[in-house]
Design a protein around this ligand. Structure first.
Ligand SMILES: Nc1ccn([C@@H]2O[C@H](COP(=O)(O)O)[C@@H](O)[C@H]2O)c(=O)n1
Ligand code: CDI
Length: 162
């Protein structure tokens, strides 16, 4: 039995913050500004969590980790991903593959994509070849092109282990 899931997330840059590292796909990436979020703001892992939850018809990340709860304030999104994947495994499923597209005018991600793939694969206990991370700009169009935020789309396939 195969099931497919899709996730989408957006986080806004804090225009008032100084240059700093942001977390994308579990990796520290230098950025002109911080991302605004209740958690650590890892928009890549949030989209992947939603894809995995979607594949099992388990709702969305906000239902499981509400941004009204102090429990999840500043949380490492790798913890959220591992918890979500445990829900998937508890139902007898495992990841076949996931494909992630980061839509960002900035920062430049070429040098960080492989590290993200390796980090995510390790957290999901899967081969790095089952994970793909892509990046694209919007050619300076729209809110992403104006460097106001980052969007991510993720799709995944899961299969029943039996
Ligand atoms: N934040 C980004 C965005 C893109 N890249 C890389 O550049 C390539 C071309 O980008 P387009 O927006 O013109 O499609 C893209 O395929 C990525 O390899 C990047 O590293 N960081
Ligand atoms: C991760 C959570 C929880 O800390 O908060 P944010 O970091 O704001 O992220 P978002 O993708 O808006 O929604 C999920 C949240 O409930």
């Amino acid at each position: 039995m195969l099931r497919i899931g899709h996730g989408h997330d957006v986080h806004r840059f804090d225009a008032d913050s100084p240059p700093c590292n942001i977390r994308l796909g579990g990796v520290e990436v230098p950025s002109e500004h911080a991302l605004l979020a209740h958690s650590d703001g890892d928009v890549v892992l949030h989209a992947l969590c939603d894809a995995l939850l979607g594949a099992l018809a388990l709702g969305d990340i906000g239902e499981h980790f509400p941004d009204t709860s102090a429990t999840w304030r500043g949380v490492d999104s790798r913890d959220l991903l591992r918890q979500v994947y445990q829900l998937v495994q508890d139902r007898g499923y495992r990841l076949v593959n996931a494909d992630i597209t980061i839509v960002a005018q900035t920062p430049r991600l070429m040098a960080y994509k492989k590290a993200m793939q390796a980090q995510i694969a390790a957290d999901l206990n899967t081969a790095v070849g089952n994970l793909n991370v892509k990046a694209t700009t919007t050619e300076q169009l729209g809110f992403i092109g104006r460097k106001e935020g980052i969007a991510v789309d993720a799709v995944c396939l899961v299969e029943h282990a039996l």
